[in-house]
Design a protein around this ligand. Structure first.
Ligand code: DX5
Ligand code: ZN
Length: 211
């Protein structure tokens, strides 16, 4: 299981702490991008993110919580991320968005909010590289894990095995060293405040990995 670390909850000395996070035992840096339209919160401008991440080397896992998906794909593809994930609920042109991200030679993810059912994703599953299950309502870090997200993960796992699909299963929101034990069917877990609220990031990561 890989760890994608979100820096959304880091409140001070952001650039240095992002570099500290980048140098710890993580597999991806998770970029939470919000527009205050699709979710009631706004994060960094693209130029600010570029500056904040200029010295980082981890693969980037971009999570777009935005309405104008195409504009943000144009920006964030410039960072050459490993994944760009958009929300199923954000656009009517899901196929067009999948193909647009693919045209940039970037792996495509689709995220579903807690109230969105897995069956709404079915027709896209053969086409994408990652499914991001939200285990909190998108918009803020530090929220409580929504238990029934585990059922969605297990359902996506069954569908993938049955149909021989290739997508990664990722989960995002409220994850800690206790509930991570129920997420063994996930390939990637996004963790923010459990890591960044502890001074020693590798200590928190060790707890998540059961070390
Ligand atoms: C919420 C973000 C999550 C969040 C995870 O909208 O998508 O990535 O930052 O942070 P924690 O682990 O603190 O819930
Ligand atoms: Zn996220």
């Amino acid at each position: 299981m890989k760890i994608s670390a979100s820096f959304l909850s880091i409140k001070e000395d952001l650039k240095n702490n992002i570099e500290k996070l980048d140098n710890s035992n993580i597999d991806y840096l998770h970029l939470d991008i919000m527009d205050n339209v699709f979710v009631p919160n706004k994060t960094w401008k693209f130029n600010d993110i570029t500056d904040l991440l200029e010295n980082t080397t981890s693969k980037k896992d971009v999570h777009l919580m935005v309405k104008d998906v195409k504009k943000y794909i144009d920006d964030y593809s410039k960072l050459n991320p490993e994944f760009i994930t958009f929300h199923l609920e954000a656009t009517d042109s899901v196929l067009g968005t999948i193909n647009y991200i693919k045209s940039k030679n970037i792996k495509v993810g689709i995220s579903i909010k807690p109230n969105t059912k897995v069956e709404e994703l079915l027709k896209y599953l053969p086409l994408i590289d990652l499914v991001l299950v939200m285990s909190v309502e998108p918009g803020f870090g530090g929220q409580k894990f929504i238990e029934n997200s585990i059922n969605k993960v297990n359902e996506l796992y069954e569908i993938r095995e049955k149909n021989n699909y290739n997508y990664f299963i990722e989960i995002d929101g409220g994850i800690n060293d206790t509930n991570i034990k129920y997420l063994d069917k996930c390939d990637i877990v996004v963790v923010g405040s459990f890591i960044t609220s502890i001074g020693n990031y590798n200590e928190a990561i060790g707890k998540l990995k059961g070390e």
